[in-house]
Design a binder for this molecule. Structure first.
Ligand code: XBP
Ligand code: MG
Length: 261
């Protein structure tokens, strides 16, 4: 008896939208400028800093590895927390301007899942405020309610690549890993989802194209649209068959053909 899929669990940054280079990175730089700091994260440097998830943790990593001469005027945790509050304000303002669209195929899949009664959750390292801003700007004010759980940021002690955020989301939804499918974009993300025993579909982006996705059940360039088919970068072509985009039929075939991690 094949276990039917009960829920889709989505990462946010890099998966629902390409938020890092032109969103979070820009917001960090605006916060640094506002604080009178000469820190400026280039596209290239930010790619290195993405090794660490979590904006607060990423700023600490930057100081420890790329700006060791900085002398913090106050308690470092308070200083970082204040910078992060400012960065989040800048980021949500950028989203409100509609500058970060959803990636190809994301809205189509979310709407199909909603119409067909497929349960959905979010498991992300970013803050709840950032998720709310992205969803309301791209899918409308009620779209937060499409997700039973928005597991985000500091709700868990350990961020990705730890499994915590996915385990927390499944616990709140009263689901087991074999009843779910995760959707991610990065190595930290799939390490987290696989550590939670979740089968995972990857859509790569410019920062993560070269990451190790050997544990993914499918790797795509994006989720695709009927008129703009995806490209399969890794996975079983027999299961993909003639699919042009990631829809519930293909996800169900992937779930039925793969055993839990
Ligand atoms: C990506 C992250 C986040 C963002 C920055 O999260 O690691 O930290 O880069 O957002 P995910 P914050 O891929 O899990 O969605 O500054 O709010 O952390
Ligand atoms: Mg991500």
């Amino acid at each position: 008896m094949q276990k039917t899929l009960q829920a889709l669990l989505f990462d946010v940054d890099g998966t629902l939208a390409d938020t890092e280079r032109d969103g979070h990175r820009v917001a960090f730089n605006l916060a640094f400028e506002e604080a009178g700091l000469d820190w400026n994260w280039s596209v290239e440097l930010y790619g290195k800093l993405l090794a660490v998830t979590g904006g607060k943790e990423r700023m600490k990593y930057y100081l420890e590895h790329f700006n060791t001469h900085f002398i913090c005027p106050t308690d470092i945790n308070d200083f970082i927390a204040e910078l992060h509050r400012s960065k989040t304000a800048h980021y949500t303002a950028l989203l409100a301007e509609g500058r970060i669209p959803l990636r190809p195929g994301v809205e189509r899949l979310l709407r199909e899942a909603r119409e067909k009664g497929m349960r959905m959750g979010i498991a992300t390292t970013t803050t709840p405020a950032n998720v709310q801003a992205l969803l309301s700007q791209t899918l409308g004010p009620d779209s937060e309610s499409w997700f039973e759980v928005i597991a985000a940021g500091d709700v868990v002690p350990a961020k990705k690549p730890a499994a915590d955020i996915y385990l927390w989301a499944m616990d709140k939804m009263d689901l087991k890993a074999e009843q779910c499918m995760a959707f991610e974009d990065s190595e930290n993300g799939i390490k987290s989802s696989v550590a939670a025993n979740l089968r995972t579909v990857i859509t790569v982006n410019d920062y993560t194209r070269e990451h190790d996705f050997s544990s993914a059940i499918l790797v795509l360039d994006n989720m695709g649209e009927p008129e703009r088919p995806f490209t399969v970068l890794q996975g079983d072509q027999d299961i993909v068959d003639h699919a042009a985009c990631l829809d519930l039929d293909l996800i169900q075939r992937l779930a039925n053909s793969s055993s839990p991690v």
